[in-house]
Design a binder for this molecule. Structure first.
Ligand SMILES: *Cc1c(COP(=O)(O)O)cnc(C)c1O
Length: 362
């Protein structure tokens, strides 16, 4: 079910995603006065400043500004590995699950999948996926990690666990890419500098357009040679932008002013989770609410809602239809599970109203 934002925007609490965040006034002012040039010629000073700022914050030599996280991940795959090579990928990873199969269709890579309750396996399980050189097997080239893990419910991958997985990859001669769309959320929850999470990977992607509230864009960072290959891949994918300083300006403000406040989103998510845990019929694992994502189950039966053409709905969709009528928007995770995402436009004041809407919708 797709819930569209209705006209009465004032009354709506939108928990569909942190991508619904709008640019701040400071971002709009920076956009209006941004110095620009043709970035495909390398002439846009604001894009260059954003890329240099991101590279510094992420502890990498260089960074590249791209229109989306999906394109940044794809450019990374193209820059890291030749077609036909194998990539070790989580079966619930964003790259595998939500990116239209670009890993195979466009990058030409062969995914070898790992499982894990929080999206990542134990080091031994990862090692068991690596196969010896043999005429039958494609040669593995890359490991992809995700922090925070979206489908696992925004859980964090701690530095020690991350290092253990990276060590397995290094022993086998693989490169490592980190999908860090919400990496600053992870760093905040783990109370570490973001560089502690990027130091051991070859490349990292971060999103500006989620909790950081910029209107558009992601960054891909790594060694200079890697970033230049990714720049070429970006051009091939149609992501070479011209006076992109107009949007990069908002990204600079995002990195300078929006990282610190992510803790507020986590506090609101924790408060919502506490409320949900007390509601009969809701199933929630409180320990998995670590950042700004909350996943919970609704009862499997007792729903009479119908879709637009009279079809029966999943319990999650039926629940979400009732919730939307009470001004709270969210998306299903699967037939029985619902996902809430907190962000700058959801405040502590909204928590009791969200809880009341959930109770009334059951
Ligand atoms: C949102 C997201 C992306 C993709 O970002 P888009 O800008 O929406 O393309 C990639 N990875 C993860 C983990 C995400 O949550």
């Amino acid at each position: 079910m797709v819930c569209k934002l209705n006209q009465n925007a004032e009354a709506v609490v939108d928990l569909r995603s942190d991508t619904v965040t709008k640019p701040t006034d400071a971002m709009r002012e920076a956009m209006a006065r941004a110095a620009v040039g043709d970035d495909v010629f390398g002439d846009d000073p604001t894009v260059r400043e954003l890329e240099e700022t991101a590279a510094r914050m992420l502890g990498k030599e260089a960074a590249l500004f791209l229109p989306s996280g999906t394109m940044a991940n794809l450019a990374a795959l193209l820059a890291h590995a030749e077609p036909g090579r194998e990539v070790l990928l989580g079966e619930t990873s964003h790259i595998y699950y939500y990116e239209v199969g670009g890993v195979s269709r466009i990058a030409g890579l062969f995914p070898r999948l790992f499982r894990g309750e929080d999206g990542h396996p134990a080091p031994d399980e990862l090692r068991a996926l690596l196969r010896p050189a043999n005429i039958h097997f494609p040669k593995a080239a890359l490991l992809c990690l995700e922090n925070t893990h979206n489908l696992a419910g925004g859980v964090v991958l701690a530095p020690e666990r991350m290092r253990a997985l990276i060590q397995v990859a290094r022993d086998a001669g693989l490169r490592v890419h980190l999908d860090g769309a919400r990496l600053f959320n992870a760093a905040r929850a783990l109370q570490v500098d973001v560089r502690e999470l990027t130091a051991d990977v070859d490349s990292v992607m971060i999103s500006l357009s989620k909790g950081l509230s910029a209107p558009v864009g992601s960054l891909l960072a790594g060694e200079r040679g890697f970033v230049e290959r990714a720049r070429k891949a970006r051009k091939m994918l149609g992501g070479g932008m011209r006076q992109a300083g107009v949007i990069a300006a908002a990204g600079i403000v995002a990195l300078q002013t929006m990282v610190e406040r992510l803790g507020e989103d986590h506090a609101v998510a924790a408060a919502i989770a506490d409320e949900l845990a007390a509601v009969d019929g809701i199933g929630i694992d409180r320990s998995r609410v670590q950042t700004n994502i909350i996943v919970f189950s609704v009862p499997g039966d007792g729903w009479s809602e119908r879709g637009p053409s009279g079809e029966s709905l999943t319990p999650a969709d039926a629940f979400l239809q009732r919730l939307a009528r009470r001004g709270v928007l969210a998306v299903p995770r699967d037939a029985r599970h619902v996902r809430f995402v907190t962000h700058r436009h959801v405040r502590m004041d909204d928590v009791s109203r969200i809880a009341a809407a959930v109770r009334a919708s059951l």
